[in-house]
Design a protein around this ligand. Structure first.
Ligand SMILES: [Zn+2]
Ligand SMILES: [Zn+2]
Length: 380
């Protein structure tokens, strides 16, 4: 079932057609960000780039849209995708894509992170599409499997709501620890060398994440929400985004708590966010790349695919997202040599398809016929 859709291969002109549509769409949406920066871009993220950078990116995006469309026309008998790509490129030019200039932005009370969504999507595609194309784990799996659009919507929503998530996940940290005087801890952390501070930030957040994650696996009602993340049968770079709002809110609130209260520097915070954004995508990717001895220090796709394993006897392992030794400490480490799980997903769950249905479903309904927790199943 899951390999119904034929995987694209280099030389057929289908990949170039898809890339042309992808870049054309990003360029067109990018133009909207130039026109309505107050509403569609976020203050925090605007500080990361300059007007000149995004103007050049826009121009490069339009040129690349046409180049990939041209390659697709030359290689593929079916011209449909190339034509769509060209139309998107032309529309972007009509809306001023070539001459557009970044302008000063007024502050308004709300905005959505469309700029962050475009740039993150672009970076992820540049990094992970070649990795999955040339070093795949499952060689038959297509990027455009049955549920890729749902996963893309999850990716999109979590990026657009970046400010909202930022604000609400900070609230519990402030509520619980705001009254404490942690001045001495802040001074101690600020005096640490950068790499030590970064390691500490990664370690403490992963420790908090570990227990939040394990809690979601060991509580019947919470497992309904987290099992959505485990429902994916086609592990790939987009699949990790399939995470219910409640799951993101709770797990992120708990794991970010140390970052909010212990006084890590802005640099550490930003490097942490960048690292986690890329690494979390990597560990879900459909790639056999195994990073040699590094797999004992940092989690790899093989490691996290075992966490998503569909065989009940291996449920309830590998909760750590960054450091496998945290699982070692708490007895949940599982990495059998070079072996990979036969399949990923959940054997006895039935979820409705689509983002909106999955958003409401777990509040009132149970996706499992047999209401056993992963750990209970693994002991059967
Ligand atoms: Zn899990
Ligand atoms: Zn996962």
């Amino acid at each position: 079932m899951k390999d119904q859709i034929k995987r694209m291969r280099v030389g057929e002109g289908r990949i170039s057609g898809a890339i042309s549509i992808f870049l054309g769409t990003l360029s067109l949406v990018g133009i909207l960000c130039f026109k309505f920066p107050e509403q569609l871009t976020t203050k925090e993220f605007r500080e990361v780039y300059t007007a000149e950078m995004v103007e050049n990116l826009m121009l490069g995006g339009i040129i690349a849209t046409f180049l990939f469309a041209l390659v697709s026309i030359l290689l593929n008998k079916n011209k449909q995708n190339a034509i769509i790509g060209i139309c998107l490129g032309v529309l972007t030019i009509v809306f001023g894509g070539i001459t557009v200039k970044g302008r000063a932005v007024e502050e308004i009370s709300w905005s959505i992170g469309l700029d962050w969504l475009i740039l993150d999507l672009l970076i992820m595609v540049v990094l992970f599409v070649p990795i999955e194309l040339f070093f795949p784990k499952n060689k038959l799996q297509s990027k455009f499997h049955e549920e890729w659009k749902t996963d893309l919507i999850y990716f999109g929503i979590s990026h657009l709501a970046i400010q909202l998530f930022g604000v609400i996940t900070k609230k519990p940290a402030v509520a619980f620890f705001g009254w404490m005087n942690l001045e001495e801890v802040h001074v101690w952390i600020s005096e640490l060398p950068f790499l030590v501070e970064l390691f500490l930030a990664l370690f403490i957040t992963d420790l908090f994440q570990y227990w939040a994650h394990r809690f979601f696996h060991s509580h019947h009602y919470l497992w309904r929400f987290h099992s959505i993340h485990h429902s994916t049968q086609n592990m790939d770079w987009l699949a990790g985004s399939r995470t219910h709002f409640m799951d993101i809110f709770f797990t992120r609130s708990v794991s970010y708590m140390p970052l909010y209260i212990l006084g890590f520097s802005t640099l550490t915070f930003n490097v942490y966010i960048l690292f986690i954004a890329i690494h979390a995508v990597l560990i879900h990717a459909n790639t056999r790349i195994n990073f040699g001895f590094l797999k004992y220090i940092i989690t790899t796709p093989q490691y996290h695919h075992w966490h998503h394993c569909e065989e009940p006897e291996h449920y309830g392992n590998n909760f750590a997202v960054v450091f496998p030794f945290i699982d070692k400490i708490f007895g949940t480490y599982y990495l059998p040599g070079k072996e990979w799980p036969k399949g990923t997903g959940l054997v006895d769950a039935s979820f409705p398809k689509g983002f909106v249905k999955q958003l409401f479903f777990p509040f009132t309904k149970n996706p499992f016929k047999n209401d056993l927790l992963p750990e209970e199943k693994s002991k059967r």
